[in-house]
Design a protein around this ligand. Sequence first.
Ligand code: NAI
Ligand code: AKG
Length: 336
Amino acid sequence: MAKSPMRVVVTGAAGQISYSLLALIARGDVFGRDQPVDLVMLDLPFAKDALEGVVMELQDCAFPSLKSVTATCDQTEAFTDIDVAVLVGAFPRKPGMERNDMLAKNAEIFKAQGALLNTVAKKTVKVLVVGNPANTNCLIAQKYAPTIPKENFSALTRLDQNRATAQIAAKAGVTSDKVSQITIWGNHSATQYPDAWHGKVNKDGAEVAASAAVNDDAWLKSDFITTVQKRGAAVLAARKLSSAMSAAKAIGDHLHDWIVGSEGRWVSMAITSDGNKYGVPEGLIYSFPVTCEAGVWTVVNGLEISEFSREKLTVTAEELSGEAKYAAEFLEKASA
Ligand SMILES: NC(=O)C1=CN([C@@H]2O[C@H](COP(=O)(O)OP(=O)(O)OC[C@H]3O[C@@H](n4cnc5c(N)ncnc54)[C@H](O)[C@@H]3O)[C@@H](O)[C@H]2O)C=CC1
Ligand SMILES: O=C(O)CCC(=O)C(=O)O
C-alpha cells in the first residue's frame, strides 16, 4: 500500500545549507524513495524571490517522491500539521561575535518557533535544530512547546560525528564505512568531546578497536579531538562561508537514522539529558550515543568512561549549563 505523504518543513530554506539539503529530501535519500513528501520551505520576506527560484529548480528536478512544494514567509502556514521540522534558519556568526551574542540574536527565533509548533504542528512532530547555537536553540524551542514530547526535539551533532569518523578512517587507512561507534558528547561547539575509545574499525575483514587500528593514543587524546572541535572554523576560514554541503549530508543522515531507523548502528544526537546514566545534569540538550528505531532514540548506556573522558564530558556540560542560564535570563529580560 502506498505511504501517506510526510509533511516536512525546512526553515532558512533560501540559505546555503538548504540549497544542498532540499534536493536530498526531495530525491528520497532521507525518508526513502517510496515515501511521498510535501515539502514546505520557510524563509524571511527579503528572501522571497530566492525561495521562488528554489521552487522552480525543485520542480525541474522532476523527483518522483516530491508530492508538493510550498514556499512561504508565513511561519503559521509553514508549521501547520507538520510531521518533521528542520530548523536551519538563524543568524550565522559574524566575525567578532561572541557565542552569547549569537545566542541573544537567535533565542527569540527559537522561542517563537517552539511556541508556534506547540499550537499548529502535529503532536508527533519531530524537530531537528541546526541553527547555532544548536543545542541551546533546541532547548528554547522545546521549552516553549510543552505539549510536544521532549524526546521529539534534537539538535545536530551528526556533522561532528561524520567529521570524527572521517579522521579515524584516514588515520587507519580505511574508508569511512569501515568505522563505527564514534561518539560526540555534549555541545556542538569547541567544547564537544569526540570520543573514539569505544570505536571499531573493520580492517581487512576483521573488526578491531579504533584505538588499535589507529595505534596512536597520543593523537587520539589531542590532535584528533581539536581537529574535530575546530573543523567548522577551519572550513569557514578557507571558504569564507560555513560548512554547507557536509552540514546538509549530516542533516540527512540524522533524519534518516532517527525516523527510518539506525539498524543497530550508534549515532550521535543532541537530545534531552533527562534520565541519562552518565551523570550529565538534567535539563540540557546534550549529545549522546544513541540507537534509533522508527522515530524513537535510546541512549547507549553502560559505556566505561575513563577519568580523561569524564573530565571532557563535564567541561561541555558546564558550557551548556551556562548557555541555558544565559538564554533563560535573556528571554526573561526580553519579556519583562
Ligand atoms: N549544527 C551544525 O552542525 C551546523 C549549524 N550551522 C548553522 O546553520 C545555520 C544556517 O546556516 P547557513 O545555511 O549556512 O546560513 P545562511 O545564512 O546561508 O542561511 C540562513 C537562512 O535562514 C534565514 N532565516 C533567518 N532567520 C530566519 C527565521 N526566523 N525564519 C526563517 N528563516 C530565517 C535567512 O534569511 C537565510 O536565508 C547557521 O546558524 C549556522 O551557524 C551550520 C553548519 C553546521
Ligand atoms: O561555527 C559556526 O558558527 C558555523 C558552522 C558550524 O557550526 C560548523 O561547521 O560546525
